[in-house]
Write a protein that binds this ligand. Structure first.
Ligand code: F6R
Length: 628
């Protein structure tokens, strides 16, 4: 039976401590600690903490033997995309582990002879058995329920083997490969049987993208279609999740079904009523006492009177979130409006982590703010220079060359650049990072697109600020941690504009991505400015969601309707980002284009409001206010 731990404070530190305790305990017994290791984004913070324990608290890895779950196939160990490289970069190179004690399935094993491959895989199993088996296995989980690379359909007793990666897995892992065609189709993985033989297992999952699969793994029936459900049969499994990954579990999603609740919490009541509407397919004002009683919410009615009163209250709360005046409605009563009426003309800054998040995530609101006469600035936090295809670089340098030639400008430098760029890109390997020169050109391409979108939305060129935050400029998907230099850039801009409103990408649940880092820098800037600057107390910080998720209706504090022509304008603004059009370098795990995702998402929000009995709009953008 799995032991479920969620919403843990300091969970990375606690997990690392648990591993460290095992290592130390074994040291005292004069024995080795055998660890099963995972790669991917999930264990990174735990590995960082293990490194800190080694460097600052003297934790030694001399008695540690590791076996990694998997490796892409084919994959040379020195490639930056290999899991062998990942382990060196994120752990092995920073601790005193003996290289001969680390084992990772070898992606360069020859497949010419299947017998040889089978021998290699059984050899991997034997090595594990020879050291007494795995003491503690660390696992992440794929959105399809894979553990290791045991894709749906894997057998309960499967061993180490070569498998074909599922389309969903390839898409999820695309962010590490420049272009989908470079993602391997196969992998070597320990089997489910191998994993279940570990004496103890810890499965970790972070972020809303894992919520649905965590729910199925913990609460669903045991099935080969979701290999992680096999963990239910192991008697020493810990499942550690953060709040967003736990969100679909019954005890959190619908706590009223499993325990008595304190209904004085408005947001819980709102969530429950929205859920009840969706369950009964009724609008809020049509819910009856029976609906509440028959769906596990009788205590809400018992505590708060009749359905009628609860319905009216929740209906009004939701009604008050809707406003066509995101900058506040001038000269009108703002008691129940999300934004203040005064000052009538506000200064707003939209922070955009990448050069297109502003228009994708809140293009409709951006246009409204400009149309309603507010002074709107956009601050592009990063250059976005890793997400441009190489052939666009050649195309733009070629343009510069032709432009100079036709205009009669001196073009010796550009000619040289063109030759260099073509040569560099021709010889560039699939897993090679770009030269600083290429990165600069890619940054210029994205800057041009962002400027075009700003012009389209109607703001002057000088209101588009390109912050080029240093943490991003590594040329790789892995970034540096944010430093005071990043925070200072944000502080300087905030102090220069002294905004009444700030909009930021509120991907609070994304533990490693650029959006979360960009948001942390904004939070830190506000934390520091609050101490000294008076304007901060008059500034509202509104969080929009990035390209991937939307706020749920019960969380939304401002919903801005978008009319059909506005949606069309928003789409055109997104189209200005041509390097991301048709197929993006980093599309993530969604095959739709960014404008399609944005429209589907904005339409879905409007539909939910409408199904709850509120007005019917074409689309809506949603925001939550952050109180600092
Ligand atoms: C990696 C592995 C995979 C990942 C899973 C989640 O060694 O075995 O099962 O744990 O795909 O990946 P992330 O952590 O990137 O979400």
């Amino acid at each position: 039976m799995a032991n479920l731990v969620y919403s843990e404070e300091n969970r990375f530190e606690k997990l690392a401590k648990q591993i460290a305790d095992l290592i130390v305990e074994r040291q005292k017994e004069g024995k080795n600690a055998v660890l099963g290791m995972a790669t991917g984004s999930t264990p990174v913070k735990v590995y960082e903490e293990l490194i800190r324990l080694h460097q600052e608290e003297g934790l030694s890895f001399q008695n540690v033997i590791t076996f990694n779950l998997d490796e892409y196939y084919p994959m040379p160990a020195h490639s930056i995309n290999s899991y062998a490289h990942f382990m060196r970069e994120y752990l092995f190179d920073h601790v005193d582990i003996k290289p001969e004690n680390t084992h990772i399935p070898d992606g360069s094993t020859s497949l010419e002879n299947v017998e040889e491959m089978i021998k290699y895989c059984t050899g991997y199993e034997k090595k594990i058995a020879d050291v007494g088996g795995i003491d503690l296995q660390i696992l992440g989980i794929g959105r399809n329920g894979h553990i290791g690379f045991n894709e749906p359909g894997s057998a309960y007793n499967s061993g180490t083997r070569l498998i074909t990666l599922d389309a969903k897995t390839r898409m999820d892992n695309s962010s590490h490969f420049m272009g989908n065609e470079n993602i391997p189709r196969k992998a070597l993985t320990m089997g489910i049987g191998t994993i279940l033989r570990a004496k103890a297992i810890i499965l970790m999952a972070w972020g809303p993208g894992k919520a649905s699969i965590v729910q199925k793994t913990v609460e669903g029936d045991l099935t080969g279609q979701i290999p992680a459900t096999y963990l239910q049969r192991h008697d020493n499994v810990q499942i550690v999740v953060d709040d967003p990954a736990a969100a679909e579990l019954t005890r959190l999603k619908t706590p009223w079904l499993v325990k008595m609740c304190t209904w004085s919490d408005n947001s819980l009541r709102r969530r429950a009523v929205v859920w009840l509407c969706q369950k009964t397919k009724k609008s809020i004002l049509k819910l009856t006492d029976e609906d509440y009683n028959e769906n596990g919410m009788s205590d809400l009615i018992a505590q708060q009177g009749q359905a009628y009163q609860v319905n009216i209250q929740v209906f009004n709360e939701l009604q008050h979130t809707i406003t066509g005046w995101p900058g506040g409605k001038p000269y009108s009563d703002d008691t129940h409006r999300p934004e203040r009426a005064f000052p009538a003309k506000k200064r707003a800054i939209i922070f955009s982590p990448h050069p297109d998040d502003d228009v994708i995530s809140m293009g409709g609101t951006f246009l409204r703010l400009v149309d309603q006469g507010h002074q709107v600035h956009v601050a592009y936090q990063t250059s976005g220079n890793i997400a441009v295809f190489d052939d666009d670089v050649v195309r733009f340098v070629d343009f510069a060359l032709d432009f100079n030639r036709d205009m009669g400008y001196e073009d010796k430098e550009v000619q040289k650049l063109y030759t260099n760029v073509k040569k560099y890109l021709k010889e560039k390997k699939a897993d090679q990072q770009d030269s600083p020169e290429i990165r600069k050109i890619k940054g210029v391409i994205r800057r041009g697109e962002a400027k075009a979108a700003c012009r389209f939305c109607g703001i002057p060129d000088e209101n588009a600020h390109f912050l080029n935050m240093p943490f991003y400029e590594t040329g790789q998907t892995r970034k540096k941690p944010i430093g005071q230099e990043d925070v200072d850039i944000i502080k300087n801009l905030l102090n220069e504009i002294r905004p009444h409103q700030v909009y930021a990408a509120g991907d609070l649940a994304d533990p490693h991505g650029t959006h979360k880092v960009c948001l942390d820098a904004i939070f830190e800037a506000f934390r520091q400015l609050k101490e000294t600057e008076d304007w901060v107390k008059d500034c509202y910080l509104w969080l929009y969601r990035g390209a991937w998720h939307e706020w749920s209706v019960d969380e939304i504090e401002m919903a801005v309707p978008i009319s059909p022509p506005e949606l069309e304008r928003k789409r055109k603004a997104i189209f200005k980002h041509q390097s991301q059009k048709d197929t993006a370098v980093f599309p993530g795990n969604d095959p739709r284009e960014f404008w399609q995702r944005a429209e589907d998402r904005n339409r879905a929000t409007a539909q939910i409001y409408n199904q709850l009995g509120l007005a019917e709009y074409e689309a809506m953008e949603a925001f939550v206010r952050w109180h600092f």
